[in-house]
Design a protein around this ligand. Structure first.
Ligand SMILES: [Fe+2]
Length: 244
């Protein structure tokens, strides 16, 4: 598995269901035109709308099943069959010129996420130029980690972000990336809104965050996605207390 990868899932029924659910959660949306959302919603109200959709997806939709149908084969190949998934799926909305949605450059590992996990990024609109996400490759990201460790880089926000760092990815494709890679987004200067879903997935056997980050542990931040029969048996054996 590479550190990032775009896969084609055009015409995948579960992906369409995810998109349809989001479209149907937006009052007054005309012609299901998600990328013209800014024409009917003011950016002042966008966070409320985002929170409402987020709540609906996570309470009324069996999104875990849809994700399984979309990409469990890929996930098993990349990370094995014993997987934890983020408890709630996230939704991002990047309307043109909305400075409140800017997410400065960062690595998820700086907030205690495991560098062994993958993020799944699902655009529900075509993402391009500044309405998309930017991502630094592994060489650049590693260099920045090294520089910070040696105190040679004081402010990551001064790092230059080039046009080529932004993904061009359509609805119908999905992106996997290691979120230890530096990423973020800038002010959307295009004339299209971008809407995307994102989700963290990691091996059951990846290291747990330390006690300073209880909010990122299994049971709160993560839940079970898939456990193989072999691993279930192993857990049952441990639970017999034979090894105590
Ligand atoms: Fe992130």
């Amino acid at each position: 598995m590479k550190t990032f990868q775009i896969l084609d899932k055009y015409n995948n029924k579960s992906l369409l269901k995810l998109k349809n659910f989001v479209e149907n959660s937006i009052p007054n949306l005309k012609n299901n035109n998600l990328d013209n959302l800014h024409k009917i919603y003011n950016k002042k109200n966008i966070n409320n709308l985002r929170l409402n959709i987020f709540k609906k997806i996570n309470s009324r939709l069996n999104w875990e099943n849809l994700i399984f149908n979309i990409c469990s084969d890929d996930l098993f190949k990349f990370l094995g069959q014993d997987l934890l998934i983020q408890s709630k799926i996230n939704l991002s909305i990047q309307m043109p010129n909305d400075e409140t949605s800017v997410l400065p450059i960062h690595s998820d590992s700086w907030s205690s996420d495991s560098p062994f996990q993958m993020n799944l990024w699902i655009p529900l609109t075509n993402a391009f130029d500044t309405n998309s996400m930017f991502l630094f490759d592994k060489k650049k990201s590693l260099n920045i980690f090294k520089k910070i460790s040696k105190d040679k880089l004081k402010n990551v926000n001064n790092l230059k972000i080039n046009k080529k760092n932004f993904f061009k990815i359509n609805f119908g494709q999905i992106l996997f990336f290691n979120p230890a890679l530096l990423h973020g987004n800038v002010l959307n200067k295009t004339n299209k809104t971008r809407i995307s879903l994102n989700l963290r997935i990691k091996s059951l056997f990846s290291p747990q965050p330390n006690q300073n980050h209880p909010d990122r542990r299994y049971g709160t931040y993560y839940k079970t996605f898939n456990i193989s029969e072999n691993t279930k048996f192993g857990i049952d054996i441990i639970k017999t207390d034979f090894f105590k």
